[in-house]
Design a protein around this ligand. Structure first.
Ligand code: ZN
Length: 422
């Protein structure tokens, strides 16, 4: 920070209440020259609200995991544009800061020095703007003008992980103005593994959380481009993206790009999913229960009782609360659809019948991981495919209201299953 305009900036830092938090606060202070940096260690519920009114930026250290974390009664402060959410490890599933970049991706860590550099860049950006009036700041606090930092994209690219190279090439072409008469496009695509661990046995909650985040981009994009290969519909996520587009009433144009020929045109009929009233209702429920900004984790009893004793057997049971945290296995041998099948079976997709996903008890995964025994595909009709299982770092959930034990943070066990090929 240089120059006189930054002299008046005030930045309040809420570090985790341990040595690591204190050390990171010092690193941040060291990067903010000429800024009034105040470290806030008060755990009073109003301390954060007061800083959000009085300071120009608030650094909120949301590193979970230790007893020193800062999760208390908080009304989604990370949705405010001037709140810089940072974390040395990955955030709870239901926290999605409006300013991304200051937190580690699952399941990794982020270096405190990198976090300090990121904070300094954000503060510089905020300093470059006009100082909001006191009234604007109070309004921002009560959520009337909550920050919307997400930039909308012109084009969203939908692709299979196996076609990542073709997708990158398409992105570069669109950004240059190809297929648009030279008009450069703002393109958004998610890298494989960016939103979910590629080997994880994902519960419904996380599958739909990923689709909810993708939908935030999808529903505002003017065009969605499919990297159209025979494999395109074999992924649960690509099918899900098309189902979500139907839910949002086809907000833009759907285009298909053939990487073999380098040609593009309107997407064929087989990619147009149709939703009936039942499907629409189910999708609404999935979004409400899984979108980080909508999910009320504290109200879902299942999230506090994480060892289901009974697996859902019928489709109706698949909508019990318990089902949300139950890991679902997608088998590389028997869950894959034949490439020449027409269209998407939306009802089957929404009930995990197409592609077929098989529930696996957490206890089974835990036993396979600890005893190093392979997991056999849980397809009830029988399937010889076997998987190597290992434990992953647990997922966190943030509770806006404390649950029975007074805690604001819960965990869900996580496991990876890798098919054994030989
Ligand atoms: Zn199988």
């Amino acid at each position: 920070m240089t120059g006189t305009e930054a002299g008046a900036m005030r930045v309040d830092v809420f570090p985790t209440l341990d040595d690591e938090g204190a050390a990171m606060a010092e690193l941040i202070r060291g990067r903010l020259h000429g800024v009034d940096v105040r470290e806030v260690t008060s755990t009073q519920p109003f301390a954060l609200a007061a800083s959000m009114v009085a300071a120009d930026a608030v650094v909120l250290d949301l590193t979970p995991g230790s007893a020193a974390h800062r999760y208390t009664a908080m009304a989604y402060p990370w949705r405010q544009d001037k709140v810089l959410a940072v974390s040395r490890s990955y955030l709870p599933l239901n926290i999605e800061p409006v300013r991304p970049g200051g937190t580690a991706p699952y399941p990794g860590r982020l270096d405190p020095e990198e976090i300090a550099v990121w904070v300094a860049a954000q503060v510089r950006e905020l300093a470059g703007r006009r100082r909001p009036s006191f009234l604007q700041r109070v309004r921002g606090l009560v959520g009337m003008t909550a920050g919307t930092h997400t930039e909308s994209a012109d084009v969203f690219i939908s692709y299979r992980g196996t076609d990542a190279e073709a997708a990158q090439a398409l992105r570069a072409a669109l950004e240059k103005g190809d297929h648009h008469g030279g008009r450069r496009q703002r393109v958004k695509m998610f890298d494989a593994g960016q939103l979910a661990h590629p080997e994880a046995v994902l519960p419904v909650l996380i599958r739909w959380k990923v689709l909810a985040l993708i939908s935030d981009v999808l529903k505002h994009a003017r065009e969605t481009w499919i990297v159209d290969t025979p494999r395109f519909l074999q992924s649960w996520f690509t099918q899900g993206e098309l189902v979500c587009l139907a839910y949002f009433a086809w907000p833009g144009t759907l285009m298909a790009y053939d990487p073999a020929r380098g040609s593009a045109g309107p997407a064929p009929e087989k990619y147009m999913a149709t939703l009936d009233a039942t499907g629409r209702k189910r999708l609404a429920r999935y979004f409400v229960n899984s979108h980080p900004d909508l999910m009320a984790a504290e109200s879902m009893a299942a999230l506090r009782k994480l060892r289901p004793t009974r697996l859902p057997l019928t489709r109706d049971e698949a909508f019990d609360d318990e089902f949300w945290t139950l890991p679902l296995l997608q088998c590389t041998r028997c869950s894959i659809r034949e490439p020449d099948r027409p269209g998407i079976d939306v009802a089957g997709f929404l009930t995990n019948a197409d592609p077929r996903l098989y529930p696996v008890a957490l206890d089974t995964l835990a036993a396979c991981a600890s005893e190093q025994t392979p997991l056999r595909c849980t397809n009830p009709d029988g399937c010889p495919q076997r998987f190597t299982v290992r434990a992953l770092p647990p997922y966190y959930l943030w509770y806006a209201l404390p649950v029975a034990d007074g805690s604001y943070l819960g965990t869900i066990p996580a496991y990876a299953a890798v098919p054994i090929t030989s």
